[in-house]
Design a protein. Structure first.
Lengths: 306, 244
């Protein structure tokens, strides 16, 4: 549904987006990660046709966003950064306005508006003006606007920003559900969202894609992946270090595999060691890897250099 | 057309949902009343016409029209809704036309509410109502020209005050180019051809025809080309912002 080829955007001498290419198909939820100023919002603005790219092309549903902007925009629902909406309008008025611009009229419009009101839990604020809403409601109003025409492509710039934990949970579930028959791209810096909602994640740094893979693959890049954490009475660092590098934790040990490819065996080996010496195990688990750590390792050196 | 209608409706509603509309209408009507009857010596003139009413409009609009139009684009840019609007299936020119039309309609409403002046002059005497209609038409186009210029300056900045001041200056220039004290000054050292050329750029020169009851095609073309040029420039400004 979305094809991006070699997208470049320069602001003066600075290249905010520098040769980004990727594709998103129907049924995919793509998480767009990166430090602040990495080029996430700029990329999204180019996908939605708000900003023309310096070079490269964006196709949405087969339409080039620059050559046939209206056709492409009809397919897209967009939640801009900080969820802008007309402050003087009521929630229902704003949704009616968005529906009308999307070409929905009469009973179809009524149905669409009522549907997104239900989807985004806006019942209680329908007649309030948007400027009086709390940040969470404002955000959901703007999200409702993006969903009103049941778009094939959904682009969301930090959809969970400023929401409370319950609302975050709801929005993530919503994204995952919608992802079954849409192509979704959303940006975030909350890494747990990648696990909660994405089928694929891209990490972008200083305008370039540095990682593009499933959440599993990303986690696999973690140093922690495959390590075994053990809390057992009697265990000593010396004995464990026969299996691999050992790190002493508060009340336990973490053993890193010598060879990542054989990481699966490590847990078995630890169990054998425990049985052999008769340690009393209080807790033991295999680490899946932490996205946080991967993210930091990939993007931190660059952030520091800036 | 559907898109433009929807956008016009929203713009108009936003005027009337905020105090701007009512404050503007009250001030506009009070000031037209004051200028017509007090400053314009309506009663002392001893003639059944609205010359004292229309004569002040270029000056009155100088302040009031930029006040109506300054928010059109500046506010959208400041609040970020511009991004929302331009990622909808809306062409930029549709948004430009719609915003201009909505404000122009609003100014037309304000102008229409001056109807008591027409009633007054008809009750007191026997005016040439054709001249009055032409006067209203001229006043409407004059407002449109100022408004289009304000659209342009509003698109240039996210600060409404800057938009307001720049519009006032530009419109003032359009008045002064044909203002008698200025043209008199010019005739002292410039050739009549130069004076006429400068004066031809003035809204006053073209507005005066309407006040005499003459609807000249050239005057209409003048106002329409100011509107067309300024709205085109608005499009250029918006495109250059998006390009970053």
């Amino acid at each position: 549904m979305i094809q991006i080829e070699n997208l470049v955007k320069s602001f003066g001498a600075k290249r905010a987006v520098d040769g980004v290419s990727f594709a998103v198909e129907r049924g995919e939820v793509l998480g767009f990660l990166g430090p602040n100023g990495a080029g996430k919002s700029t990329t999204m603005r180019m996908i939605t046709g708000f900003m023309p790219p310096t070079s490269g092309r964006v196709k949405v549903g087969g339409y080039d966003v620059m050559e046939s902007p209206l056709e492409a925009k009809r397919l897209i629902g967009y939640l801009p950064e900080n969820a802008a909406a007309y402050p003087d309008m009521s929630v229902r008025g704003f949704l009616n306005f968005a529906a009308e611009l999307r070409g929905l009229e009469g009973s179809a419009r009524k149905k669409a508006v009522n549907h997104v009101i239900e989807l985004c839990f806006l019942d209680s604020v329908l007649h309030q003006s948007i400027e009086t809403l709390s940040k969470g409601y404002k955000h959901r109003t703007c999200l409702a606007q993006a969903l009103i025409h049941d778009p094939d492509v959904l682009i969301m710039d930090e959809p969970t920003d400023g929401l409370d934990p319950n609302q975050k949970h709801e929005v993530r579930n919503l994204i995952r559900e919608l992802g079954h028959n849409k192509a979704i791209v959303f940006s975030t810096h909350i890494l747990e969202e990648v696990d909660a909602a994405c089928t694929r994640a891209i990490i972008i740094d200083r305008g370039r894609i540095v990682v593009n893979g499933t959440p599993e693959q990303l986690r696999g890049m973690s140093e922690l992946c495959g390590a075994v954490t053990l809390a057992a009475r009697g265990a000593t660092e010396e004995r464990l270090s026969t299996l691999g590098r050992v790190e002493k934790l508060n009340g336990g040990f973490r053993i890193y595999p010598r060879d990542k490819a054989k990481a699966a065996q490590l847990a078995q080996e630890v169990v054998e060691l425990v049985n052999h010496y008769g340690w009393k195990v209080e807790g033991m688990y295999s680490e899946r890897g932490e996205l946080d750590e991967v993210f930091r390792r990939i993007t931190l050196p660059d952030t520091a250099r800036r | 057309m559907r898109v433009i209608r929807t956008l016009v409706k929203r713009e108009l509603a936003s005027y009337f949902s905020s105090p701007i509309a009512y404050v503007f209408l009250v001030i506009f009507l009070l000031m037209t009343g004051f200028f017509t009857f007090t400053a314009g010596n309506f009663f002392e003139r001893g003639e059944a016409s609205l010359a004292s009413f229309f004569g002040w409009h270029p000056w009155l609009y100088l302040v009031l029209v930029p006040a109506v139009g300054m928010r059109l684009w500046a506010e959208e840019r400041r609040s970020g809704t511009l991004e929302l609007l331009l990622t909808m299936p809306v062409a930029t020119w549709q948004a430009i036309i719609a915003k201009f039309l909505a404000s122009w309609i609003f100014l037309a409403v304000a102008l229409a509410l001056t109807f008591p002046a027409v009633l007054t002059v008809n009750v007191l005497g026997d005016p040439d109502n054709g001249v009055i209609v032409a006067g209203y038409l001229g006043s409407f186009f004059l407002a449109g020209a100022y408004l289009a210029i304000t659209c342009m300056t509003s698109a240039m900045t996210r600060n409404q005050v800057v938009a307001f001041i720049v519009s006032v200056v530009l419109c003032l220039f359009l008045i002064l180019a044909g203002f008698n004290p200025v043209t008199d000054l010019l005739t002292r050292w410039a050739s009549p051809a130069v004076v006429d050329t400068v004066a031809a750029f003035s809204v006053v020169t073209h507005y005066d025809g309407f006040q005499r009851g003459v609807i000249d095609l050239r005057d209409l073309v003048f106002f329409l080309s100011i509107i067309g040029f300024a709205l085109f420039a608005t499009g250029v400004v918006i495109r250059s912002h998006r390009a970053g």
